[in-house]
Design a protein around this ligand. Structure first.
Ligand code: ASP
Length: 443
């Protein structure tokens, strides 16, 4: 039988109703043997996340304020979940202990990490009881080294062994044990990392990341109405999309599974029949490509510095001198499209703001340029897709779509991997251009 590891995010365990969905998802597939829950998140827009409330308790304790009122909101929420689920679990003594430990502020038990980790700890106890799975405290099986970095070798050994003895278990997300034996958390949102670690240690066939959206979307839904979900995406494509502004899982969150080639499947707890998005290391020959492109992402706020000099192409070291001006000013660049006698440097406004005048002066001197000018308000749009490589006509389709939408293209860049085509358009045309590209490639 295969092994699936399921991580459930905060909204998936926000109340008893959501916990029931988790139960039916896990019970619906016997291969779902390991479960990694987050702490209860928001039930509605104005709600509070349990993790935030726990940090608040710790802060108050640190300043010697009472935090009983905040803590009782936390305790009530857990007690209500247990009650509504009809479990016979008695959480009272555990909650009392957590409150006492937080009040001991300063001692090993009273750190911010300890306080925050209890959200997942309590969630884990409830999930294990609900599913009839064994509860494994993450502090016993996930380790950090003396520098505070995740200790992969030790974790792999301990958690790997432990899971071999536990055919079905719940491991709370977000935390582990520090080198001095205290509770230590990952960065915020870190349950994604815990899930990936459990998947790797269990040798899982798939890491299911259950959240409240049906996977990654092909375009920003604030720009394109009802964009389709991406069915499969490779890590390389994901990197291109994330770089251009699409919100996806954090790099750190997937590296444990990426390393060993375990696919990640992003799923929606509120729409469990939707297949979601699968992230693969390498697409196999049978991996379907639903559309020629995988996704479109982009950002506004770029500036182009154009440098012109006759016979530039024959001048040895010209490009290096030009880029060193940016480097000396601590400005990293995005692209360098060039012509015969021109070279342009595209930089993010956030990089160049306040330094532009000096850079222009230095360019004139260092490069002995005939002309230096600046185009501001550029937006970059990346059209990404492994299906584009070696397929004639893709660029034509893209440029036609932009022409028909009366969008002027100010820059073009296609990486040699043919994985993406990046176009620069004026900021005012950004949304119109994204919509036109989407329509051209997605029916
Ligand atoms: N509960 C933690 C947070 O809100 C970790 C997580 O949910 O992934 O950051």
């Amino acid at each position: 039988m295969g092994v699936k590891v399921c991580k459930f995010g905060g909204t998936s365990v926000a109340d008893a109703n959501q916990f029931r969905k988790v139960q039916s998802i896990v019970k619906g597939d016997p291969e779902r043997r390991y479960v990694v829950p987050s702490a209860p998140g928001k039930r509605h827009k104005d709600d509070r996340k349990i993790t935030d409330l726990l940090y608040l308790c710790h802060e108050a304790a640190k300043q010697n304020f009472t935090f009983d009122e905040v803590f009782s909101i936390i305790a009530d929420r857990y007690e209500q979940i247990v009650r509504d689920l009809g479990l016979s679990l008695r959480l009272g003594p555990t909650l009392d202990d957590v409150r006492r430990q937080i009040a001991r502020n300063g001692a090993t038990g009273g750190t911010a990490d300890y306080a925050a980790s209890r959200g997942e700890y309590l969630s884990g106890i409830i999930t294990a009881e609900l599913l009839g799975y064994e509860f494994i405290d993450a502090a016993e099986v996930i380790f950090f080294d003396a520098q505070g970095r995740y200790d992969d070798a030790r974790t792999y050994m301990v958690l790997g062994e432990r899971l071999k003895k536990s055919p079905r278990a719940v491991v709370p997300g977000f935390y582990g044990q520090s080198a001095i034996g205290a509770v230590k958390t990952f960065s915020r949102g870190g349950s994604d990392i815990s899930g990936a670690i459990v998947a790797r240690c269990a040798g899982a066939d798939v890491y299911e990341n259950w959240t409240d959206v049906s996977g990654l979307l092909m375009a920003d839904p604030r720009i394109v109405e009802n964009p389709r979900a991406i069915d499969t995406v490779t890590y390389r494509e994901l990197r291109e999309l994330a770089y251009m502004g699409a919100t996806v899982l954090h790099d750190e969150a997937i590296f444990p599974v990426r390393k060993v080639g375990i696919p990640v499947n992003i799923r929606n707890t509120n729409d469990p029949d939707h297949p979601g998005t699968t992230i693969l290391s390498q697409p196999t020959a049978t991996t379907p490509i639903a559309h020629k492109i995988t996704g479109i992402a982009g950002r506004k706020g770029f500036t182009v510095v154009n440098v012109e000099k006759a016979m530039m192409n024959a001048e040895l070291g010209f490009g290096r001198r030009l880029l060193s001006v940016f480097e000396d000013n601590g400005v990293s660049y995005e692209h360098t499209p060039s012509g015969i006698d021109t070279m342009s440097v595209v930089v993010a406004d956030s990089q160049i703001n306040g330094k532009l005048e000096r850079i222009l002066e230095q360019l004139k001197v260092e490069c002995n340029a005939d002309a230096v000018d600046v185009d501001s308000d550029l937006a970059l749009i990346a059209t990404v897709g492994r299906g584009m490589a070696h397929t004639p006509g893709m660029a034509a389709r893209l440029f036609n779509a932009l022409a028909e939408a009366s969008v002027n293209i100010r820059m073009i860049d296609q990486g040699s991997s043919e994985l993406n085509i990046i176009v620069g358009v004026s900021g005012a045309d950004f949304e119109k251009a994204v919509r036109a590209i989407y329509r051209a490639f997605v029916d």
